[in-house]
Design a protein around this ligand. Structure first.
Ligand code: GTR
Length: 435
């Protein structure tokens, strides 16, 4: 009888062989495309059928059954659950000044301190609040920023952040710390004077105050405040950084409920890119946000995962292993087996107004996938008796479409521009009218 040849591997070589095979697998090139013809055929999971197949035909069935079911799936399979834990928050007013911007605006800086009894960890979040000098409380935009509050304005009264930052010498961040040179470097993204003139407040905080944006094994930021004894890292279904930033937005909203010049019933949460993903998750988890704005949020935000166009699930989990919960890696290269897709995330905002904005040169974020999400989510808005997006095709450039779900694709790159803000302000004028 013929015997199969046996491969003899000396025992001491086995660990090296294992390492070699692991490296070989990891070295597989990631298949990333920005080519419409390579989008796999896919079927989106249903919005208006329960997981057991039961149709969802009434507002009550959506509110009480389908919405919680979807929220639960996104929580445990993607963004991660916030663990139980009693964290105390205290607020300290650091400064308050009136009559800024030719007498038009006031500025407040408030420090929120998070602590937990028995834990050495704590976190400090610096809020920057601008409001117009009106006599009544105003609606406001709330958004996290990428490099500290002082980068959104040249206003010298704004404290320079001392927190850890991603290095960026061009923007005045050296050795992971901001310098005076970083003041105002991102001001084009925050047209504060226009926002004030239009009668809105603007509230921001540095996202790294809540959780520094790097994979540090979960030692810093807000996560350790929630650990049980001897716990070192979040569990497989527990929160990543995006969920932590979104949690931080909700805590800021708690504080805004106490701010006399802000109408906390009319807060639009907005964010760009990874912070656009964060704004969407904040809107999904906290219905107190009256409006949600996603600017170029892409993969893990507004873009449909199943299209695998531009950034994919594997790519995002590899580049940013700390953004989502560990369970999300199970869907690397397996987008079609995700039990949900991002149109369902947008639908979690319904019937609140939601704006999804794309840019034509931001193919990495898959503008078409962002449009399709917004469009499909509109099915739930219809069920709830309001209009979303009725259009089937991507609209022309710089031509916003939709009612309570609105979308535009503008010319230009991955960024937040005056054009974007003009649309958000108009949307807010329409959807957050004064009471
Ligand atoms: C990219 C990432 C995107 C987006 C962006 C950003 O590197 O691939 O998902 O979030 O960063 O936040 O600027």
């Amino acid at each position: 009888m013929h015997q199969a040849p046996r491969l003899f591997i000396p025992k001491p070589c086995l660990p090296w062989l294992g390492l070699f095979l692991t490296l070989l697998i990891q070295a597989q090139p990631l298949v990333i495309h920005e080519d419409e013809s390579k989008v796999p055929s896919y079927k989106l999971p249903s919005l208006l059928n329960m997981e057991n197949g039961m149709p969802v035909q009434t507002e009550s069935a959506w509110v009480h059954f389908r919405r919680p079911e979807l929220l639960e799936m996104f929580t445990h399979q993607m963004y991660g659950a916030v663990p139980d834990g009693q964290v105390s928050v205290s607020a300290e007013l650091l400064s308050e000044e009136d009559g800024l911007m030719d007498g038009m605006a006031r500025r407040k800086q408030v420090l929120l301190r998070f602590a937990r009894e028995g834990s050495d960890s704590s976190a400090e979040v610096h809020l920057l609040i601008y409001t117009p000098m009106t006599e009544k409380a105003v609606p406001a935009f709330l958004g996290l920023n990428f490099y500290g509050n002082h980068t959104i304005t040249a206003d010298k009264g704004v404290r320079i952040s001392t927190a850890w930052m991603r290095d960026n010498p061009r923007q005045g961040v050296v050795n992971h710390r901001s310098t005076e040179a970083s003041r105002g470097v991102l001001s084009t993204r925050w047209p504060i004077e226009t926002i004030m003139k239009r009668g809105y407040g603007l509230v921001t905080a540095y996202y790294g105050d809540i959780d520094p944006d790097f994979d540090d094994g979960w030692k810093n930021g807000i996560h350790p405040l929630f650990y049980r004894q001897h716990q070192q890292a979040p569990e497989v279904h527990q929160w990543g950084s995006i969920a932590a930033w979104a949690w931080g937005l909700s805590r800021i909203l708690d504080h805004l409920e106490l701010e006399p010049w802000i109408d906390h019933h009319r807060i639009a949460v907005m964010g760009h890119s990874r912070l656009g993903k964060t704004a969407l998750w904040a809107g999904a988890t906290d219905p107190r946000f009256a409006m949600v704005i996603s600017n170029n949020s892409g993969c893990g935000g507004a873009a449909l995962s199943r299209r695998a166009y531009g950034e994919t699930v594997r790519q995002i989990n590899s580049s940013f292993p700390h953004w989502f919960c560990d369970a999300f890696t199970r869907f690397n290269d397996r987008e079609s087996s995700l039990p949900f897709d991002q149109h369902q995330l947008i639908a979690l905002m319904a019937p609140r107004p939601v704006y999804v904005a794309s840019a034509v040169e931001d193919q990495w974020a898959d503008p078409k996938g962002e449009f399709l999400s917004a469009k499909h989510a509109s099915e739930v808005y219809r069920l709830l008796g309001v209009r979303g997006i009725e259009l089937d095709q991507m609209p022309d450039l710089n031509h916003p479409v939709g009612s309570r779900v609105r979308f535009h694709i503008r010319s230009g790159k991955h960024d937040v521009t005056d054009y974007d803000w003009e649309q958000y302000l108009r949307f807010a004028d329409e959807m957050l009218p004064s009471q």
